[in-house]
Every structure is written in C-alpha cells, then in structure tokens.
Design a protein around this ligand. Structure first.
Ligand code: PLP
Length: 385
C-alpha cells in the first residue's frame, strides 16, 4: 500500500491527514459487484461510515445506492449524484425537518424504528400531500450470548420494533393511509467478524417475511442491513473482505419470494481498508518502563481507539531501524488519547511518518475540533504527484 514513490509524495504534505487508496476501494467495489450486485442484490453504502464526496462518487459509479441516517447525509448523497430513488433513510431519531426533507425529495424508503415514528411520518406525509414508502426495522433478537460483538439486534436495545409490538403495528398500518409498506429491515450490529450471526439473521428474516406476507402484506424489499467486519490486524493480507462467502451465505440461506429483492447496507466493509491516517512523530520520550512516540494526530482525528478500545495497525513509513517498543499516543490531554500500547515498530525519530491503518470507516467522519484543533485534509491516491 505504501511503495517508496507514494511515501515520497506523502512526505511533502502537511500532517496529519487522511489518505485514501482508490485502488483498494476499486478492488473492493469490484468484489462487491462480482459477488453481490451480480446476484441481483441491491447494496446501499452507509454514509455514516464515510461521506467524502470523492469516495461517494466512485462508490455510486459501481451501482450502489446510499443509506443515510440524517438530513445532512441525504443532502450529501444527492450532491454526490445519487438519485432519490437510490436513497434509504434510517435512524432511531429522525427529526420532523429531516422527514420533511426526505418526503420532499421522494427518497426510496424510510426504515422505521418505532410505532410512533410511523404515525409522525404518516401525518407529515399527509400534511404535504404525499405518500412515504416504508420498511419496518425489526429486531431479530439474534442471540448475543454466543456472539458478543452483536450490539444492535437485541430486544433490550433502542433499535428497531420488537416482536411483541409487531402485530399491533401491522394491525394499525392500514389506517396510516400515507404510508406504503414495502419491506422489512434488519441490522444486527457492526464489525461482525463471523458469518454465523448472519446465518441466524437469515432464518429470523425468513420467518418474519412469511409471517407478514401471510397477513396479506406484500414485501418487495428484504433488507438485511450491514455490519460485515474487516480485518484490523492484517490490513495488507486482507485488504478486501471475503464478499464471496458473505453474499454466498445469503444466497444459500435467504428465501425470497418472486416479487422480492434482497437489500444490504454496507459501510465499514466497503470503505474501511481504503483509508489511513498519516501522522508525524513530534516527540519521542522514554518513561521508566516505556517509550512513547507522541504523534501529531490524536483522538480528535481518530476516536475509535479511545471510544471502542479499537486497535489499528500502525505502519512506520520512514524508518527501517531495528524495532523498539512504543506506546503511540496523541497530543490531547486525555489518557485515552492513545493509539496503541506496547507495539514493536522500527525505532522512531522526530519527523518520522507513520500510517494508522484501516481508518476509512468511522474515522474521518468522527473527527472533532476538541481543543480547537485545525481541520485536516483528505488526500486521494490519484492526486499524488
Ligand atoms: C451503521 C449501520 C449500517 C452500516 O454498518 P457497517 O457496520 O458499517 O456495515 C447499516 N445499517 C444500519 C441501520 C446502520 O445503523
């Protein structure tokens, strides 16, 4: 990912910055096309993972739609060239203004998370004389005991409509005349590394699909969400997620009726491995038991380690000295502002460049201006001299 020629070009740029390798993104999208789109699956890219317009334009050019969780994301998706028919709107707390924007733009579908939300969308749609296509986000209650990385598909969390409420919702729907039920939606969590939870999701989705269709509703959209994980430990060895197995599993286990299409909303697995945060060593210092490398990026540029104890690989770009053990830390006055502890990397000196890897998803989008830190640049591989 970082041949000498690239490193030479990166050296001249003001750090820190996000660097996107468009070849990795293109290869990823090619795999998505080969194993997913070619099966007739509809795949929406989750903008919450990354909303850089350059990247969105490339993603759109491969035939993906946009999965948005705010009015801002809907606006961005439209700016990047997605048509309203490509846009789904999800989220547990859609505001009236956001709903009105989505109605006015006539987006493809609202993924709805509560009985009250259905009533609100219905009344806003009625007020402006339109109808909203909706999918019900159902809580599949996929068992977390055995898969603790699943955090959003359980009954006790804030997402989705629980099974106990489903009958009431379905009974009430015919009265909500400005809503058109077109599908059901699930999302079990993020960074799901094994396939087994998705197999469980398929069987729950099949049951619920049959149950709702048997009540006389016609569901054209079966949306199984996103959440497919990436390999943070070995970004070079696994730069492209195993989409063959992922989509193959759904092909094998989802049962679709003739009028139904399978939809996905993938974020991390599409963009995660394309991005790195490039940062410069400001200081090295030795404590009694540790060596620290203080770099010029911090939790303000990449919050995942501080927020989720996430571990990102760190590649040293400009030193080939024998390895030394470091804590790589940022400049912010918070002890959690630490990227990695006790890693063996080539000895570092002030001015060395390092790449914090697998930052394409939930990296740049979560940056903040805490400490009044300056805005940073996004650099794309095809722009380098
Ligand atoms: C976050 C989210 C996604 C995307 O998740 P990834 O783990 O990035 O694939 C898809 N659908 C919903 C409803 C989400 O909240």
């Amino acid at each position: 990912m970082f041949p000498d020629q690239i490193i030479d070009s990166l050296r001249g740029l003001k750090t820190p910055f996000y660097y996107y390798d468009l070849d990795v993104l293109r290869s990823t999208l090619t795999a998505v096309k080969e194993h997913g789109l070619s099966r007739g699956y509809h795949i929406h890219f989750a903008l919450k993972a990354n909303h850089q317009t350059r990247l969105l334009e490339l993603i759109r050019s491969y035939g993906l739609g946009a999965d948005c969780v705010s009015g801002g994301e809907i606006t961005r998706a439209l700016e990047a060239g997605f048509t309203p028919a490509d846009i789904a709107f999800a989220g547990v707390g859609k505001s009236d203004d956001e709903i009105l924007l989505a109605l006015e733009k006539d987006i493809f579908c609202f993924n709805c998370e509560s009985p009250q939300e259905l009533e609100v969308i219905n009344s806003l749609a009625s007020k402006i004389g339109t109808r909203a296509r909706i999918a019900l986000r159902l809580n599949p209650n996929v068992n977390a005991e055995t898969h603790h990385y699943i955090t959003t598909g359980l009954n006790e969390n804030k997402f989705g409509i629980n099974e106990e409420d489903l009958d009431d919702v379905l009974d009430k729907l015919p009265e909500l005349e400005n809503l058109e039920l077109i599908g059901i939606h699930f999302h079990i969590g993020s960074q799901v590394e094994k396939l087994e939870p998705f197999r469980e999701l398929c069987s729950r989705a099949n049951e619920l699909n049959n149950y709702i269709e048997d009540k006389g509703f016609k569901l054209s959209v079966i949306n199984v969400g996103g959440g497919f994980g990436i390999n943070y430990a070995d970004p070079n060895g696994h730069s492209i997620p195993d989409f063959e197995s992922f989509f193959g599993l759904f092909d094998e286990h989802i049962v679709l009726k003739d009028h139904q299409k399978l939809h996905f909303e993938l974020g991390r697995s599409i963009i995660g491995q394309s991005g790195s945060l490039i940062t410069k060593v400001l200081y090295t210092k030795s404590g009694r038991a540790k060596n620290f490398a203080v770099v010029d990026a911090g939790m303000t540029e990449l919050i995942r380690p501080a927020l989720y104890q996430a571990s990102h690989n760190i590649d040293v770009l400009t030193s080939e000295l024998p390895p030394k053990k470091y804590d790589v830390v940022g400049p912010i006055c918070e002890s959690s502002d630490t990227f990695r502890k006790d890693i063996e990397i080539p000895e570092l000196h002030r001015g060395d460049l390092v790449a914090i890897r697998s930052c394409g998803a939930y990296g740049e989008v979560m940056k903040s201006q805490y400490n009044l830190r300056p805005q940073i640049a996004s650099v794309y591989s095809d722009e380098l001299a």
